[in-house]
Design a protein around this ligand. Structure first.
Ligand code: SF4
Length: 511
């Protein structure tokens, strides 16, 4: 077994998990997906190259690190690095010619952005080896980890994903499949996993189905990926989404499924449709682009304002702006142009320069804004600082009125399922009324999409399939460990063991 590690990025660029919260939050003005995962099994396709292409299509899900593990059934080669795909695999990809590969792109939430946390993880055990890539966050990770440590397990990272690997490695179940299933019965929270062993490629989606995972077909093999856009990247044909609680196993005999015994309320993350996923992906039968378009149409019905132009905040606001325009008859124009070369963790050395981040990323098109009443469409408001800067930008470019429509309800609570959220007291909607938010960001009018409007746009009118916890704080799993582990992150608030977050913070005026 050969494990090679390379670091393609200087420490200076990485976000240090010990950095002051304010500094980290400045560099993360919006929410971030934690990970993208990809796996391939084929005897004819060059699996390393295909894995690279698949991960490239998932780059939007994580830009802090990347890794690929490849096996020929006996040997394993693994390469990992910090940064974007192009940086992480400089100068080489895994060298062996194998028939199975898995990969991971990461945006750290739990554990921080350090090399030890870069996935896939790899471990040897009595039955051979196992390599694992995880998207999501566990809500009982600390409890599991403490138990494993008391049983003698050694952890090399601070990632909760390593607990899953250790559970599998020490399991006494007779087969690898049984080891995985029995391990997963012990964990709670969000996990879409792609696992590689000497025998096969395995994909698992947690019983809530928080994070997406789909199965694709190649001429002589299979692909597993976070999103369908990664299947397209390797010319795989979409077969189906992995079902809640399902373990899909691909090996030399083809593909078969087994299921976890644990049953749970279906809670797919609605933010995949609002913001995280690529618009050309289809998740659980719903087109992400179409869902955003319908959110825009619904916004126009809920907020029938007189305006001259609709302006999307690129890129995630574009489909919703097109929908708003179609419903309202107000033309949509490009009023903000994105600089596509301002990347990911854009850390500037001082506060003044940090303030310039928005202006570096987005520049107004004066010809489309001057003298116009504008409706700006964005996917969400987290802390409100970015929105305020954008509104000011549009006004400086000559807009006479700026209304803001948001294609999600107000975010009032953190996510514990693999999304890097601001801490609660920094979520503007947790501490301000809608009117106060409008005043803070300087709009002439502000409207958030209603929760019902959102659910109807994603094809879940009865609210039976989606997690919407960050809009109300009622979580589908017990999250008390997350709060106890990070009381500071909740503004010191703890909750009694249960599924409901602390009582809403009282509204306060401008801080
Ligand atoms: S809390 Fe929000 S971001 Fe997290 S899984 Fe639920 S809907 Fe998605």
């Amino acid at each position: 077994m050969n494990e090679t590690a390379m670091n393609g990025t200087s420490d200076r660029e990485a976000i240090c998990p010990c950095a002051p919260v304010a500094a980290r939050e400045e560099s993360r003005p919006s929410w971030h997906e934690e990970c993208g995962i990809f796996g391939i099994w084929s005897r004819t396709v060059p699996v390393t190259d295909a894995c690279y292409l698949g991960l490239f299509a998932l780059q939007h899900r994580g830009q802090e690190s990347a890794g690929i593990a490849v096996t020929d059934g006996i040997h394993v080669d693994i390469e990992k690095g910090m940064g974007l795909m192009t940086e992480a695999f400089k100068p080489r990809l895994p060298g062996i010619r194998g028939h199975c590969a898995i990969g991971h792109v990461r945006y750290s939430t739990v554990g921080g952005s350090v090399f030890a946390n870069v996935q896939p993880f790899l471990a040897a055990f009595s039955g051979g080896f196992i390599s694992l890539a995880h998207n999501g966050s566990l809500t009982n990770a600390q409890k599991v980890r403490r138990r494993l440590e008391s049983e003698g397990c050694v952890f090399q990272s601070t990632s909760d994903s390593e607990a899953i690997l250790n559970l599998i490695a020490i399991s006494s179940a007779p087969t690898v499949e049984d080891k995985i299933l029995s391990s997963l019965e012990q964990i709670e929270g969000a996990y879409s996993l792609i696992i590689m062993t000497g025998e096969g490629l395995i994909g698992v989606r947690d019983p809530h189905a928080f994070r997406p995972l789909c199965l694709g077909r190649l001429e002589d093999g299979y692909v597993l990926a976070s999103e369908t856009c990664a299947l397209d990247a390797v010319n795989a044909t979409f077969v189906r989404d992995v079902l809640p609680g399902e373990m899909v196993v691909v090996d030399q005999n083809g593909v078969h499924s087994r299921f976890l015994q644990k049953k749970a309320k279906l809670s797919s993350c609605v933010f995949e449709y609002i913001y995280f996923a690529r618009p050309d992906s289809v998740i659980d039968g719903t087109s992400v682009w179409q869902a955003r378009y319908l959110m825009g149409r619904r916004l126009a019905r809920e907020y029938p304002v007189s305006a001259d132009v609709v302006v999307p905040v690129p890129d995630t606001g574009i489909a919703a702006a097109i929908g708003f325009s179609a419903e309202s008859g107000v033309p949509w124009v490009e009023g903000l142009i994105k600089n596509r070369y301002v990347g990911r963790t854009f850390i500037l050395p001082d506060q003044t320069k940090r303030r310039a981040t928005v202006e570096m990323k987005l520049n107004p098109v004066r010809a489309n804004l001057e003298g116009k009443r504008v409706v700006m469409i964005d996917d969400s408001i987290v802390r409100g600082t970015t929105s305020a800067r954008l509104v000011a930008l549009l006004r400086r470019a000559g807009a006479t009125e700026v209304h803001m429509c948001v294609s999600s309800p107000p975010i009032t609570h953190p996510c514990y399922y693999g999304i890097d959220t601001s801490i609660r007291k920094e979520l503007i909607a947790a501490v301000s009324t809608e009117r106060e938010i409008g005043l803070k960001i300087g709009t002439d009018g502000l409207h958030y999409l209603s929760l019902q409007g959102l659910l109807e746009s994603v094809g879940d009118a009865k609210g039976e399939r989606m997690c919407t916890s960050c809009f109300h704080g009622i979580y589908p799993t017990d999250v008390s460990e997350c709060l106890v582990e990070a009381p500071e992150a909740e503004g010191g608030g703890e909750v009694p063991k249960g599924q409901v977050s602390p009582a809403p913070l009282s509204f306060k005026s401008e801080a």
